[in-house]
Ligand binder design. Structure first.
Ligand code: PLP
Length: 471
């Protein structure tokens, strides 16, 4: 019998190879500390060029697995990246076998996605009338949330495409995802009002003034975007203050809680940073950052299901639902977002929560906050300077506060690169008051306190080494 095209010639053989691959993968995750980021070899593009064929499993082990982005390593604190969980193996393997399309119809993923959304809804304090949709990440969740806001204010906008001079308000440090969203929705980022901050939170008085000024101009304020965990500083807006103002002005309150919403699971005092988040109209958040789940998985959570559906639902004839059969099942997630075809993102969140239990996540998140504070202490003990208050899991510092600003910036940037290349340690950088600073965002369940102690000692050492080479 000839084998089908696109089927393995020998399933037994494949299975054996897969066992080997699984062993290798589990080793790599268990021994994550031995697998830091490394600069990819120069000929990688050539090795990956399509057409070589051969033993694919062996090639994946040799040529793919080593060239990861480093974020599984315990000393990875760059940008905001999750560390990945062993439960991702369970979900990944099952997902491959099932090849689930989560756009709709009558099968298990709908119930599982609802279970994941419902759990998150309860954690964020939203009522039973809320809805949600799992998406690639907070960037897409922001578009979905603001589209729901826009359709609520302008029910005709899905047909006409035009709106009425809508404006959106956010803190001046708001993540670029919000800017992209207002661009994609056709508002244009000139209509995104960047409100000044005080102590890392939006200045409520300045916000009120901006809204009043826009109304006086005949514009229509649409939404306030509050931040729970700002990308540069890990700061939080006063969410209750924003909710009061949004209620008084009848505006949609959206929260960018990409990573920071998860302090809702942490112990006090960090838990209280998100007080008031339950009063929002929508939240965008990620499981792939501070819930440590493998990429990618974010969530748009919307308090008013009717508003959510009104923005996206549409069933042409070829997607008609039925009472029975595979075309049954309701609701379909294609009615809650941009994508029709969608992968099984719910399973990896479900596996994570069921394998480790909610309490373990609370502990890990709480510990990451405490570790950022520990890092700040270490920085100071080496005579370096913390450049912004540590609010949650982000620590910003400069290695040589005694140098002029431009030299500090050069040095800090050089230190970050040096540590990535030579010390298996990943900080990223960002600017604080005009100085490029080293930045750690600790969303890593593998980090232990000694990793931080060692890393900061390394920073101090490398700073001394590189200071000599500053021109
Ligand atoms: C990462 C991040 C985003 C974007 O989320 P993605 O999941 O990368 O699309 C938005 N806001 C904040 C605060 C973030 O940290």
């Amino acid at each position: 019998m000839t084998t089908l095209p696109l089927n393995p010639t020998d399933w037994e053989d494949l299975c054996q190879n897969l066992h080997n691959l699984l062993d290798r993968c589990v080793d790599q995750m268990r021994d994550a500390e031995d697998h830091p980021w490394q600069a990819p070899p120069d000929d990688l593009a050539k090795r990956y060029a399509i057409g070589a064929g051969g033993d694919v499993v062996a090639r994946v082990m040799d040529q793919v697995l080593p060239h990861h982005g480093g974020n599984t390593h315990p000393k990875f604190w760059g940008w905001v990246q999750g560390s990945g969980l062993a439960s991702d193996f369970v979900a990944g393997i099952a997902t491959a076998a099932m090849n689930t399309n989560g756009g709709g119809r009558n099968h298990g993923i709908n119930e599982m996605e609802r279970a994941v959304i419902d759990w998150t809804r309860c954690k964020m304090g939203f009522g039973e009338g809320a809805s949600g949709v799992l998406v690639a990440g907070t960037s897409q969740a922001t578009v979905i949330s603001l589209q729901a806001a826009r359709v609520r204010v302008c029910p005709d906008v899905r047909a006409s495409g035009s709106d009425v001079g809508l404006t959106v308000y956010a803190a001046d440090g708001v993540h670029n995802a919000t800017r992209k969203a207002v661009e994609l929705l056709g508002l244009g980022h000139d209509q995104l009002r960047l409100v000044s901050t005080q102590n890392g939170a939006m200045d409520l008085q300045a916000l009120q003034q901006a809204i009043t000024a826009d109304r006086a101009q005949g514009l229509t304020p649409l939404a306030i975007v509050g931040t729970a965990g700002s990308v540069d500083l890990g700061g939080y807006d006063d969410l209750n203050g924003l909710a009061d103002l949004a209620a008084a002005e009848e505006l949609w309150l959206h929260i960018d809680g990409a990573f920071g919403a998860w302090t809702r699971l942490a112990d006090a005092p960090w838990r209280n940073l998100t007080d008031g988040i339950d009063r929002a109209d929508s939240i965008a958040l990620d499981f792939h950052k501070w819930m440590y789940v493998g990429y990618d998985c974010g969530l748009a959570l919307i308090a008013d299901e009717a508003a959510h559906r009104a923005a996206f639902a549409a069933r042409p004839a070829y997607l008609k639902g039925t009472a029975e059969g595979l075309a049954g099942g309701d609701p379909w997630f294609c009615d809650y977002g941009i994508d029709l075809s969608r992968g099984n993102r719910a399973l990896k969140v479900w596996c994570a929560l069921e394998m480790f239990g909610e309490e373990a996540f609370s502990k890990a998140i709480t510990r990451n906050c405490a570790q950022a504070a520990h890092m700040a202490e270490q920085v100071q003990s080496h005579g370096m300077e913390v450049t912004a208050p540590v609010v949650s899991n982000i620590c910003l510092f400069t290695a040589a506060p005694d140098l002029p600003a431009d030299q500090q910036s050069d040095l800090n940037a050089q230190i970050a690169t040096h540590l990535q290349l030579h010390n298996a340690t990943v900080f990223s950088t960002t600017d604080v008051n005009g100085i490029t600073c080293l930045r750690a965002a600790i969303t890593n369940h593998r980090t232990r306190d000694h990793h931080i102690t060692e890393a900061i000692a390394d920073v101090a050492k490398v700073a001394q080494l590189l200071k000599g080479s500053l021109g």
